[in-house]
Design a protein around this ligand. Sequence first.
Ligand SMILES: [Zn+2]
Length: 220
Amino acid sequence: MLDWGALEVGLTRRNFLRTAAAAAIRSSPPARLPVPIHRVMDARAQCPPEQVHHFWSSIWPEAVRDFSRGGMELRTSDGPGEVRRSPGDKPIFIGLRRGVINLVLTGHIPMRWDNGRALAGVTTIYDGYPVCLIALRYAHGNQAPFLSVNTCVHELLHALLQDIFVSRPKWYQTGAREFRIDWYATGLWLFHDGAAVRNSAQACFARLHSADAARTNAAK
Ligand SMILES: [Zn+2]
């Protein structure tokens, strides 16, 4: 004998589960773009512990949150390294990795790059490695939309928005590029809008990987 009641419950339950599964698929957030970051604390950095603490307890978590709200997940690795200064104060980086953005934390930006401007950060390509160099002494969190944003977000955007591939004249001296960076940083911070940054970040890593592959082939 067929238990119509049980069958009905079973069907209803199955329908419910199917509907719930469909709803879960619909409501799940879109896949977030992983952004690989290799963090290096400059072993030669001279900065007070409270500046290091401020960075890790406030500035870095804010950067992670801003990128996360824009659909990007900062995937970090950590390793030893240092910034050696040549006699001409040209920085020499030790401990960088390929295919990722190297976030190097130091006390202050070498004079050769800083030119007395008390910069909180500089981003460039060094020997094929993308490097965001952060001066802990001057680094800060979000302060004013479009004008003064989180130092980590600002510098990482110079890499992800591909300013690092722009050749001379020095891009970091041009106000238009600075404003563009702070515009997108404010979009992440206040409007949780990361669509354009995500697209550019994918293109950025594709360019880095193809450059690394070409370098590996040339070395064979
Ligand atoms: Zn900048």
